[in-house]
Design a protein around this ligand. Structure first.
Ligand code: HEM
Length: 402
């Protein structure tokens, strides 16, 4: 057996990307493990949940993986009460209590976008689910929601890929030559967002970034650097993750054709199926961004004060002491309180949007695409071990229903 101290490096190795789950199983044998670099990994369900809700475990004390030019932090890297203030302000134009219908009212536009993307499948007999479906759909949704011109998408796609590709997860991989230098990407994207917020301040629309630029609620307004930091977070969190959930969903359904057929016959199955997908193939595999502010005892181990902690969500989601038959995809397992959206104060802000987008994408895919089959299994994966998902997913089919 390999000693636990080499585990994070093995998980970060791109060769592990198609199937990291045996490594997570190995990791769970030591639920709270100290790595050779002093970082602790926590890999079992209840221990992860407990730390996600423990105020002694901070999200603020580690440098951001993707620092913004001004140094302002997004809510993801703030602790209460600062976190709660920023989250309340950003929630005002997104959800209840101030804007309860925002996501719901986007459903028709979403369905139209998905219809258009699947109509284009009719001209061919093979498609790349990432480039032709799972990527363009959430991008068009967040552009509309945030007030980002859709024609600017290639620019922020390059910036976010360059920032995420450069994040140091301990993987020994060569940087992709097509990507920008991360410092250049950070400065360009920061400048772009500052200009965009300025534009919305002068001429506000009914989008979220305009509301953040001009609206004054009970908590006041974000400062311009905070607006830019929020823009970074929302653009990155709002697309990479949903692309991966939709792609992982199509991949999982094609590996379980009987479940694909069930979804085609009963679209309501999508609701529990998406929760099971978030458990079985979570787009955020772990959270490498916590630090103890005090000594914390968990599962009989004391994690010392000022220690970095990696919370291994995908390992906790397959913990057999929490979920029976944890390695099996069971779309209608009743008890599926997964960690795919995190837990506690940082619980995913965009969860209602991600759920709706994925429901529309998977039910329409199941209903319309005839006889889909994987062209390559496993497909090629992105390098990133945290935001894990296929880089391409070629699928062959025999036509498209109207
Ligand atoms: C399937 C898609 C998604 C997954 C799996 C996902 C997952 C997560 C996870 C695990 C966290 C917790 C991070 C932590 O505790 O450090 C989180 C937080 C967050 N997510 Fe998502 N996310 C998704 C989609 C979205 C979307 C569409 C948006 C934006 C509209 C979004 C915005 C955020 C924000 C702003 C936070 C930080 C919340 C806070 O710090 O209070 N996410 N997400």
């Amino acid at each position: 057996m390999t000693a636990p101290e080499t585990m994070m490096r093995r998980i970060a190795d791109p060769a592990a990307r198609p199937d990291p789950y045996p490594l997570y199983e190995e990791l769970r044998r030591t639920p709270v493990a100290r790595q050779d670099d002093g970082v602790y990994t926590v890999s079992t369900y209840w221990e992860i949940r407990s730390l996600l809700n423990d105020p002694r475990v901070s999200s603020q004390t580690r440098p951001p993986l993707v620092p913004t030019p001004s140094g302002a932090r997004s809510m993801l890297r703030l602790d209460p009460a600062e976190h709660d203030r920023v989250r309340r302000i950003v929630t005002r134009p997104f959800g209840p209590p101030h804007t309860p219908r925002r996501v719901f009212e986007m459903r028709r536009g979403m369905a139209d976008t998905v219809r258009g993307l699947l109509d284009a499948f009719a001209d061919k007999d093979q498609a790349d689910i990432v480039d032709d479906f799972a990527y363009p759909f959430p991008i068009s949704v967040i552009c509309r929601l945030f007030g980002v011109p859709v024609e600017d998408e290639p620019r922020f796609h390059l910036w976010t890929e360059s920032l995420l590709g450069a994040a140091d997860f301990g993987a020994e991989h060569k940087p992709d030559p097509h990507l920008l230098d991360p410092d250049a990407a950070k400065i360009e994207m920061g400048g772009y967002l500052a200009e965009l917020f300025d534009k919305h301040r002068k001429d506000p629309g009914d989008d979220m970034f305009s509301a953040l630029a001009v609206d004054d609620g009970p908590d006041g307004r974000l400062t311009p650097p905070e607006q830019v930091a929020t823009g970074f977070l929302l653009l990155i969190a709002g697309h990479e993750t949903t692309v991966n959930l939709i792609t992982n969903g199509v991949l999982t359904l094609l590996r379980h054709p009987q479940e694909l057929k069930r979804l085609k016959d009963d679209p309501d199955l999508a609701v529990p199926m998406i929760e099971e997908l978030l458990r079985y193939e979570p787009p955020v595999q772990y959270l490498p961004n916590r630090r103890t502010m005090d000594a914390v005892e968990v599962a009989g181990t004391v994690i010392p004060k000022d220690t970095d902690v990696n919370l291994m969500l995908a390992a906790g989601n397959r913990d057999p002491r929490r979920f029976p038959d944890a390695d099996r995809f069971v779309p209608d397992r009743g008890d599926v309180e997964h960690l795919g959206f995190g837990n506690g104060v940082h619980y995913c802000f965009g969860a209602p949007l991600a759920r709706l987008e994925t429901r529309i994408a998977l039910t329409e895919f199941a209903r319309r695409v005839k006889g889909p089959e994987l062209v390559a299994d496993p497909p090629p994966y992105r390098v990133n071990p945290v935001l894990r998902g296929p880089r391409h997913l070629p699928v062959a089919y025999r036509g498209v229903r109207s």
